[in-house]
Design a protein around this ligand. Structure first.
Ligand code: GAR
Length: 295
């Protein structure tokens, strides 16, 4: 159900078009020698991008492929990704759309960061539109890239308030600070095998009723269910997934959803509930949470 966990450190590539503050956060979270993964390549369509400089300063290979059309860029990018044996591609402020063919090759191993609570506000000029609409909350989304623009399955979201007096600039700064924690966290979940896009054969795997329940969820709730699925699988209880999705898997189902919430940074008040689980189940939940709190 996706290539992760790999059982070895993953080789990460980052595509960035501009200043690269999120790249910087990724370089910090996944340096050379990190057991989970390391950034080995930074690619930009813009030779002036400060992102390239950030990579070079940290001794990471930085390559500019000046934009001369999508076909040329993608041909060279695909060859480089193969030559560097890259496992996962992270778009971080990469302002070009990739073709269906490129996305098809990398689906499940290609993530994007978008500065809104998708599916709301896809596209550009997000913060201006959020302010104009009078939203009280906004945030950011890490998602698997599919063939649409900002439409792929959500992996992780974070929220920040919109405050009185905010301008697009103050809001952008607040969202960026959130993103610097959110993106590395999403990548850790993926590399640990705790996130994957919904499998295409859901009915075959879950049965009609549980698959139907999953498909009826909002795009924002689906990643929680997929994390619970991944946890039950890691605990050797994948047989319970359909019942868990229907709220009928008893204490193991509750434990998986509790851990799935907490792994995404849910209110720590939920942590108190972990203590109420039977010892065997509790040990599994604590193990899963310990993994996320380690570097
Ligand atoms: C980030 O806020 C990211 O969410 C956004 O560009 C910014 C890049 O900042 N991405 C998009 O809008 C993609 N459509 P950075 O260059 O400082 O990382």
């Amino acid at each position: 159900m996706g290539p992760f966990p790999l059982g070895r450190p993953a080789r990460l590539a980052v595509f960035a078009s501009g200043r690269g503050t999120n790249l910087e956060a990724l370089l910090e979270a996944f340096p050379k020698g990190h057991p989970l993964g390391e950034v080995v390549l930074v690619l930009s369509d813009n030779p002036e991008a400060y992102a390239l400089e950030r990579a070079r300063r940290r001794g990471v290979e930085a390559v500019a492929l000046p934009w001369q059309g999508r076909r040329a860029f993608e041909g060279e990018a695909l060859a480089l990704l193969e030559a560097r044996r890259v496992d996962l591609v992270l778009l971080a402020g990469f302002m070009r759309l990739l073709s269906a063919q490129f996305v098809g090759v990398w689906y499940g191993r290609l993530l994007n960061l978008h500065p809104s609570l998708l599916p709301d506000y896809p596209g550009l000029r997000v913060h201006e539109r959020v302010l104009a609409a009078g939203e009280r909350q906004t945030g950011s989304t890490v998602h698997f890239v599919d063939q649409g623009m900002d439409t792929g399955p959500i992996l992780l979201q974070g929220r920040v308030p919109v405050l009185p007096g905010d301008t697009p600039e103050t809001l952008e700064a607040r969202v960026l600070r959130l993103e610097h924690r959110l993106y590395p966290k999403a990548v850790r979940l993926l590399l640990r095998g705790l996130a994957f896009p919904p499998p295409s054969d859901l009915k075959g795997r879950l049965g009609e009723e549980a698959a139907g329940a999953f498909l009826a969820l909002s795009p924002r709730d689906k990643p929680l269910y997929l994390r619970a699925w991944a946890l039950l699988r890691a605990w050797g209880r994948e047989d319970l997934v359909p019942a868990a999705f229907l709220g009928r898997a008893g204490v193991w189902g509750r434990a998986a959803f509790l851990a799935a919430h907490l792994l995404a940074g849910a209110d720590p008040v939920l942590r108190e509930e972990v203590a109420t689980l039977p010892p065997e189940v509790r040990a599994r939940v604590e193990g899963a949470l310990r993994v996320e709190s380690s570097p």
